[in-house]
Design a protein around this ligand. Structure first.
Ligand code: AMP
Ligand code: TRP
Length: 328
């Protein structure tokens, strides 16, 4: 069976972009692949995290995995810091990656720009991400658009390692959904929806109340044509809203376009709010039940055990291949 591994960093509140590009995809793929879903807490601390917040957010991401419908019986759900092989393999990957390769990563440039005291871990982060993926011999990695460059680098490192030390790692393929891999800001369809946008109305958080969701969507920018038509080139703002609709209903953009043919934006926005709320409300309820529960602790412990078994196996293989002395 083919394997997937993916994770969402516990460094901010999840918005519906992360839901479309990552979480909703995880839920679908768990039926087709042997799955590992982790909380990359070691990645989060590449920029300073308040300890209490990191603690809480790590639990929250794990709770969202479950609330969104990932079945812990089927998939391993775990915290990265609980499986020490990640840090160890991360080091091995740092010995393989070139400084110049890391220097070309656009996400680093964006995150480091204009900041002082940028940690070296933020720079080497893609080596740890490669380790995350290669440890599980993942064949596929579901990620949003912004992670594709890191995945290409992971493939390069796997190839480099395999050719230096012998066949060790599976080369992973990205899987990016056609719809939802790039949800844009509600106030500006040329910007990715992100919590770093100072305009609070530009994004919808998974924890937003129905009233807030309605308010934000009613304020979303559109255009002056007045037709619900999917056309990114000429109508990016409306196309983005259609795409959000598609993510939350699993309908095709064609079907949605036809349903609202000849109607203005008012009705469309109201019904868009309905479909978003219909998905998020039950998810929020399940989230609240689980986030502070001992059920979550048990799931995370069991997930870490299952993950460690797979990860330690690969770590051993890679360590032997590099020539480290290994005892039984
Ligand atoms: P982040 O919250 O930035 O760590 O992102 C978590 C996951 O969601 C990653 O796989 C991202 O690629 C994806 N993601 C983040 N923002 C968006 C967005 N606006 N549209 C689609 N996917 C996104
Ligand atoms: N870098 C990813 C992000 O910023 C999170 C991540 C870390 C990840 N390791 C991963 C995603 C491995 C997929 C696979 O969103």
């Amino acid at each position: 069976m083919q394997r997937i591994l993916s994770g969402i960093k516990p460094s901010g509140d999840l918005n519906i972009g992360g839901y479309g590009g990552a979480l909703s995809q995880f839920v679908k793929y768990q039926h087709e692949y042997e799955s590992f879903f982790f909380v990359p807490d070691l990645h989060a601390v590449t920029v300073y995290q308040d300890p209490a917040e990191l603690h809480q957010r790590s639990r929250e991401i794990a709770a969202y995995y479950i609330a969104a419908g990932i079945d812990p019986q089927k998939s391993a759900i775990f915290l990265q810091s609980q499986v020490s092989a990640h840090a160890q393999m991360g080091w091995l990957m740092e010995t393989q990656v070139h400084f110049g390769e890391l220097n070309r990563m656009t996400q680093f440039k964006e995150k480091a720009e204009g900041k002082e005291g940028v940690s070296s871990a933020l720079f080497t982060y893609p080596a740890l991400m490669a380790a995350d993926i290669l440890l599980y011999q993942a064949t596929h990695v579901p990620v949003g658009d912004d992670q594709k460059q890191h995945l290409e680098m992971t493939r390069d490192l796997a190839e480099r390692f395999n050719s230096r030390y012998g066949q060790t790692f599976t080369l992973p393929e990205p899987i990016t959904p056609e719809i939802g891999s790039r949800i844009m800001s509600l106030d500006d369809p040329s910007r990715k929806m992100s919590k770093s946008n100072p305009n609070l109305n530009s994004y919808i958080l998974l924890q937003d109340s129905p009233e807030i969701i309605r308010k934000k969507l009613s304020r979303a920018v559109t255009d002056s044509e007045g037709m619900v038509r999917y056309d990114w080139e000429h109508k990016p703002a409306v196309s983005n809203l259609i795409e959000i609709y598609a993510v939350f209903t699993d309908e095709s953009t064609d079907v949605i376009e036809q349903r609202y043919a000849g109607q203005g934006y008012g009705m469309f926005k109201q019904e868009l709010a309905d479909v978003v709320i219909a998905k998020l409300e039950p998810m929020q309820q399940r989230f609240r039940e689980i986030v502070g529960s001992s059920e979550l602790d048990i799931i995370l412990r069991q997930g870490a055990e299952k993950a460690a078994a797979a990860a330690n196996n690969t770590l051993r293989k890679a360590s032997e291949a590099m020539g480290f002395v290994m005892f039984e």
